[in-house]
Design a protein around this ligand. Structure first.
Ligand code: ADE
Ligand code: ZN
Length: 328
């Protein structure tokens, strides 16, 4: 297994059903059932929105910095066993502040777990705070203003949640405030939305990386732009299957077409607790469906490093780890 750089993983999406139950019990919060099998029966989604409704409902049980710490620490432990060496992970501040939780509790818990992962596993990375499209532009501006006193705890900002009907240009003010602070900028776009969502993320929001971006393939000019500017796409194969944003068989996934077009794609897990696996599971499923060659696996590992916001020395060290694993 090659060392992995993961760039598209929502901490809230790593909330395993057993942990939802344990934290609900710890906080005295009611759930429809405390039987994991009963809860898991709902993990079938017609589309992105059905998934998001469950994801936001489960996260209501979170209350304290310790809850946020435990969620992230469980992800980092699992990521370490998957061979993840660098992880730039998302979180959704607005869902927690909307539930009455102080931003400081969220940041304290997630940051403590991130620093422990670096200390214990040498796993580097950072936190990317996502604006939720469905909360609107003004709320995104309020959110970046609230985040700025904690700017040093953040690697960047992102954009996620309900795509269709919430075009990317709406969030330009929040992204421009983030840019002025030197924060990195990424956006989910072209997951369910048309190529326009991707164009606006690039041209209006100035993002450096596109999360998903599968629908960019419908627009040859957009593909040329992404290839020409080496704009990364963070692709999430098992998420695409679970949310029907790719053909139902992984053998028909657009990954080979993306690589063929020269796009800078990496493999990621998105919401591993909901979509059937962590990043190593995504690689294993791809391997089974597409019989990835050793050269393709190495390319994907190197693409992820190039796509990351790691500093040059860290990128070099990650590349050296890939080279050492390839030589085995
Ligand atoms: N939030 C968590 N996962 C997401 C996804 N795949 N798309 C949009 N928003 C999300
Ligand atoms: Zn995502």
């Amino acid at each position: 297994m090659l060392p992995i750089t993961e760039l598209h993983m929502h901490l809230e999406g790593s909330f395993e059903v057993e942990s939802v139950i344990a934290i609900a019990q710890r906080n005295g919060i009611a759930l429809p059932s405390f039987d994991p099998e009963v809860l898991r029966a709902k993990y079938k989604f017609a589309d992105l929105q059905e998934f998001l409704d469950l994801y936001y409902d489960n996260i209501r049980v979170m209350r304290t910095a310790e809850d946020f710490h435990d969620l992230a620490a469980a992800y980092y432990r699992r990521a370490h066993t998957a061979g993840v060496r660098h992880a730039e992970v998302f979180f959704d501040p607005q869902t927690h502040t909307g539930n009455g939780i102080a931003l400081e509790a969220v940041l304290e818990g997630f940051t403590a777990a991130r620093l422990e992962a670096e200390r214990d596993f040498g796993l580097t990375g950072g936190l990317i705070a996502c604006f939720m499209r469905d909360r609107g532009a003004a709320d995104a501006v309020d959110t970046i203003r609230a985040l700025l006193p904690h700017r040093d705890l953040l690697l960047g900002v992102g954009l996620d949640s309900t795509e269709v009907g919430n075009p990317s240009y709406l969030y330009r003010e929040a992204f421009s405030i983030a840019a002025a602070e030197g924060l990195h900028r990424v956006a989910h776009a072209g997951e369910e939305g048309s190529p326009d969502y991707v164009w606006e993320a690039l041209d209006v929001l100035g993002v450096e990386r596109i999360d998903h971006g599968n629908r960019a393939l419908e627009d040859p000019e957009l593909v040329a732009r992404l290839v020409g500017d080496r704009i990364p796409l963070t692709v999430c194969p098992l998420s695409n299957l679970a949310l029907h944003t790719a053909p139902p068989a992984l053998a028909d996934h657009p990954l080979p077409a993306m690589l063929e077009a020269g796009l800078l794609v990496s493999i990621n897990s998105d919401d591993p607790a909901y979509f059937g696996g962590y990043v190593d599971d995504n690689f294993a499923a791809l391997d089974e469906a597409l019989a990835l060659s050793p050269a393709t696996r190495e390319l994907l590992a190197l693409n992820a490093i190039e796509s990351s916001f790691a500093l040059p020395a860290r990128k070099e060290a990650l590349r050296a780890e890939v080279a050492a694993a390839v030589a085995l």
